[in-house]
Design a protein around this ligand. Structure first.
Ligand SMILES: Nc1ncnc2c1ncn2[C@@H]1O[C@H](COP(=O)(O)OP(=O)(O)OP(=O)(O)O)[C@@H](O)[C@H]1O
Length: 341
């Protein structure tokens, strides 16, 4: 980051920007056919071998996933996320309530032709290479040889595995396996994509690439339902989220709305002199505001890490010149001496 940027946070009027409100209203206005997944009063009770109630995994869940959005399903372990996905795929039947996918009951398995599913762990044949794996799944969808060839080319490029296409999957890193799993989930060019923990086991570069891929899929008009424990990832990519706990829906809404801190105003400006900053602080006080901070904003650890790796790739061997006094290279003793004297 080469430009100075100053963030001002101030409590007082709590005014919301108009554009955000407009966006929220627009997103809330839906047309028929806009809803891709709808659960109505959906409940699932797992029973034991004797038919006795064992676990109430989902309790009266009502959610809608709209066309072209990335919808996050969040919740701690055992909150019912995978159960919801299995109900959407028609792999489980509800105990009560309904799941509609593309306006059809989820038990109609034909609708799965338009769904791509990346499970938490992909069980792929380790002795096939990426090309053979995708070709195998293309055959399951009755794609012609020509269609498969074209689609495999597109997908290998999309997930960045062209260079490793002839290597057996057993030689792949976790990140590469996740990417071939995603390519497999996309072989049928699905309209709806279900992603269960898509960033599990990936390093920060792999996570960034996976998030960019998910955003690119949304830009192509796909609808995405994403389950994750990685709250930062969900915040980065999801348009709306549902938070489950012990099978119950606890929160549902647009990420920007849910995370907005009310009654605090944030202003970002660059190139301000110290005098200008002092003047701004005075204006805030004059208007009865409570100045919380006027400082340089921090970047994220993810951005810092990715910048360091990119710089290192561009200039191998060179140590990064850091803005942080902790890690700034010292001039053989002279600075140290004057600092301690
Ligand atoms: N086949 C099953 N038989 C009995 N109970 C089950 C079965 N599958 C899931 N459960 C229970 O249902 C509840 C919800 O499980 P589910 O797998 O849907 O949660 P989850 O949110 O996906 O969890 P995780 O984040 O750990 O994957 C849990 O209490 C779980 O133990």
């Amino acid at each position: 980051m080469d430009t100075e940027s100053t963030a001002v946070a101030q409590s007082g009027d709590g005014t919301q920007p108009d554009s955000e409100t407009t966006a929220a209203v627009t997103a809330a206005t839906k047309n028929p056919g806009d809803v891709v997944i709808e659960t109505r009063n959906l409940s699932k009770i797992y029973k034991d071998f004797w038919g006795r109630k064992k676990v109430h995994a989902l309790k009266s869940l009502d959610i809608e996933v709209r066309k072209g959005e990335i919808f996050g399903l969040l919740g701690p372990n055992g909150s019912g996320k995978s159960t919801t996905i299995k109900l959407v795929l028609g792999l489980l039947f509800p105990t009560s309530g309904r799941v509609l996918v593309f306006d059809k009951d989820a038990s109609e398995t034909k609708k799965n032709e338009h769904i791509g599913y990346l499970p938490e762990e992909s069980y792929l044949y380790q002795f096939l290479n990426a090309e053979e794996t995708l070709d195998f799944y293309g055959r399951l969808f009755d794609m012609s040889g020509e269609q498969r060839k074209k689609r495999i080319e597109e997908l290998l490029q999309l997930v960045g595995l062209q260079g490793a296409r002839h290597r057996q999957l057993r030689e792949y890193s976790k990140g590469m396996r996740r990417r071939v799993g995603l390519a497999q989930a996309l072989i049928n060019d699905p309209d709806l994509i279900l992603l269960d923990e898509p960033t599990t086991g990936l390093d920060p570069i792999g996570i960034r690439e996976m998030k960019d891929l998910i955003l690119a899929l949304r830009d192509q008009g796909k609808t995405i339902l994403l389950c994750s424990h990685q709250l930062g990832d969900v915040q980065d990519v999801c348009d709306r989220v549902a938070i489950l706990h012990q099978g119950e829906l606890k929160e549902l809404g647009r990420v920007t709305d849910l995370l907005k801190v009310q009654d605090v105003t944030e202003v970002h400006a660059s190139g301000l002199s110290e005098d200008a900053k002092r003047e701004i602080a005075e204006v805030i006080q004059r208007h009865g505001g409570d100045l919380k901070s006027i400082d340089n904003p921090t970047t994220t650890m993810e951005d810092l890490f990715l910048n360091i790796v990119r710089e290192s790739e561009a200039r191998p061997g060179a140590r990064r010149v850091s803005a942080s006094p902790e890690s700034a290279p010292t001039d053989e003793g002279s600075d140290t001496e004057s600092a301690s004297s």
